[in-house]
Ligand binder design. Sequence first.
Ligand code: SAM
Length: 247
Amino acid sequence: PGALVVVATPIGNLSDLAPRAVEELTRADLVCCEDTRRTGGLLSHAGVGGATLRRVDAHTEAAAAAEVVARIAAGERVALVTDAGTPGVSDPGARLVAAVVDAGLPVTAVPGPVAAVAALVLSGFATDRFAVDGFLPRKGAERSARLAALAAEHRTVVLYEAPGRVARTLADLAGACGPERRVAVARELTKLHEEVWRAPLGEAVDRLGGTEVRGEVVLVLEGAGGETTGGDDADVRAALRAARARG
Ligand code: SAM
């Protein structure tokens, strides 16, 4: 039967491609993707031959939606992938899903890698309530307003950032949230050089000293009030932190 299938793909480690993702990509009549070369490479790695790829990026998503809806209505199975991770999460996809939902047609998902969730669970911060804020606005009043909102946010917040902008964003976060607020910097997740370090924002900025963090990075900002882990004893954690600070 016709359906849109939202398929998560690896964020670095190709072994993270789920068997069911391979099944759906093999079965699909059409695979919508951001970059046909990149997805073509993934498909050949997975042994999926003969797929029809169609480029759908942030600019062409609305136009593609009509065609995708028509194909699904005609009984076709359309898979949606992006360059990495889960479509629709700081990536194209939400509009396509909305169009299919509006048309009353089936949508299903093959869940899998999301950089935000991997970074969240590695942060050591509270995971019982969290927000994924995606990319901060790049400048101006919008950026200041978002930074001010983060300063007051009690939930753990996950931020994506483009390579080359991480140092700047950490400095702005320190300015808005204060140097004590903690951050986890998750780099190259699932890849050979995966690394996660945690520090108060002030120390994070000092540690970088203006140099840029290499590779792909997710920032996880501890909530205001530092409710580090849900259900944990805050006093115990504060004592541990103080002991660690004393060395
Ligand atoms: N849809 C993707 C997902 O599900 O995670 C996110 C796409 S967004 C355009 C790209 C951003 O995700 C990068 O700038 C970086 O912040 C983050 N990212 C993607 N892969 C990563 C990885 N392996 N390690 C750390 N961050 C990653």
